[in-house]
Design a protein around this ligand. Structure first.
Ligand code: GLU
Length: 414
């Protein structure tokens, strides 16, 4: 498969939106580059008592609309450019759903699947020691991303509070509920995506009767469980993760599959299914396809063979710009990542708000407010698609980029 530089992809997307908006040169220069980048090394004591050096990143892409916000990834393939791309996408994501936040992302190059709990804790704490003066509720608020979770956030928050000698739970989001987390954060990314599918079915008069999921981490698993609950129908026919895929045209029971995945660490071998590759999952004829894995999964090499009616992008950056044009030509309704996967950061924002006055909402209130915010953003993007005749990603980017450009102008930056 061709290799992609995700940051070049992200820059291309911003440039396209900026040109459509006829932004001036300094604004384009500002919005196609990160405002602040931090790279660092962390000496970490491992279980064998030896010290290993890990490389970490935190990038605050743009903070014109508010403090920078975005997750931290633990993954072997991270580079400065993947983090730049992810931080750029967070900027347009928070803007398109109209949160008073900027965009950021962080990462550590490591292999979390082959590390012990203690080693992961040491990395989480080491990461915060490296960036403690850069983060804070008025500066930059991290959250989980690929291979990090509420436990990681708990260690990180504890390290931050130990360094600063104060209680400041809002410095990180998606924490366990016992220490300042909110109701409804764990399934928020998938829930937001499924709400978008509901809106897409309404606006385009489509049905969500069959669906497939590529990637079975937190977002993929939650989408499997929520699709039926929210939409009232839907047969899950195929799922894959990094170890392989499964297919059953008669339907896979999402609850049993999630239990199987949690017990075995994979979906392959789930009873009653045929094996299928990740590429085949993407090409199935289904009503809804949820790409929920990593970047560039849908590209010019496979876009022509995609047969879904709706693509709900729960992953960040799953589709390349070339593939976007092919999917648009084919009439496939793409719900772009910066909208479809925004549920997580929306509820992260709700968590920050609740932490700030130590008063917590009921789960139904979180769901209701998430639904309101993401459905409103869906409508704004849908109207931009119709009125300006743009492909969905460009329409969403135009909405997000325009808001960030406006804030930058008001501040006198450009
Ligand atoms: N990592 C998630 C994302 O990519 C959540 C970020 C957050 O809540 O800050 O949207």
């Amino acid at each position: 498969m061709k290799s992609y530089n995700s940051f070049e992809v992200a820059q291309k997307q911003v440039l396209e939106a900026a040109q459509h908006l006829r932004l001036d040169k300094p604004t384009i220069e500002l919005l196609t580059h990160p405002q602040k980048e931090f790279t660092f090394t962390m000496p970490i004591r491992m279980d064998d008592k030896k010290v290993r050096i890990f490389h970490g990143y935190r990038i605050q892409y743009n903070y014109a609309r508010g403090p920078a916000k975005g997750g931290i990834r633990f993954h072997m393939d991270e580079t400065i450019d993947t983090i730049r791309a992810l931080a750029s996408w967070m900027t347009w994501k928070t803007a398109v759903v109209d949160l008073p936040l900027g965009g950021a992302k962080g990462g550590v190059v490591c292999d979390p699947k082959n590390m012990s709990e203690i080693e992961l804790e040491n990395i989480a704490r080491g990461y915060i020691r490296s960036i403690s003066e850069l983060i804070g509720i008025t500066k930059d608020i991290p959250a989980p991303d690929v291979y990090t979770n509420p436990q990681t956030m708990a260690w990180m928050m504890d390290e931050y509070e130990t360094i600063t000698r104060q209680h400041m739970p809002g410095v990180l989001t998606d924490k366990p509920q016992q220490i300042g987390g909110t109701e409804g954060r764990r399934d928020a990314t998938a829930r937001g995506g499924v709400y978008c599918v509901r809106e897409a079915c309404k606006y385009y008069n489509l049905k969500p009767s069959t669906f497939a999921i590529q990637g079975f981490g937190n977002a993929g698993q939650r989408a499997a469980l929520l699709h039926n609950e929210i939409l009232g129908e839907g047969k899950l026919v195929a799922v894959c993760d990094s170890k392989g895929g499964i297919y059953n045209p008669n339907g896979i029971n999402p609850k049993e599959l999630v239990v199987y995945k949690l017990q075995t660490g994979k979906v392959v071998g789930f009873p009653g299914c045929e094996p299928i590759t990740s590429e085949e999952v993407l090409k199935l004829k289904v009503d809804v396809l949820y790409p929920a894995a990593l970047e560039n999964a849908i590209n010019e090499e496979n876009a022509e063979s995609i047969n879904a009616s709706i693509i709900c992008e729960l992953a960040n950056g799953p589709t390349t710009p070339e593939a976007d044009l092919i999917l648009f030509e084919k009439g496939i309704k793409v719900i772009p990542d910066i909208l479809a996967s925004a549920g997580g950061v929306i509820v992260s924002y709700f968590e920050m708000v609740q932490d700030s006055y130590s008063y917590f909402w009921e789960e139904s209130e979180v769901h209701h407010k998430l639904d309101f915010k993401i459905s409103k953003a869906y409508k704004t993007v849908y109207e931009a698609i119709k009125e300006k005749k743009l492909h969905p990603r460009l329409a969403a980017m135009v909405v997000g980029v325009a808001r960030v450009a406006e804030a930058s102008k008001l501040r006198g930056w450009v």
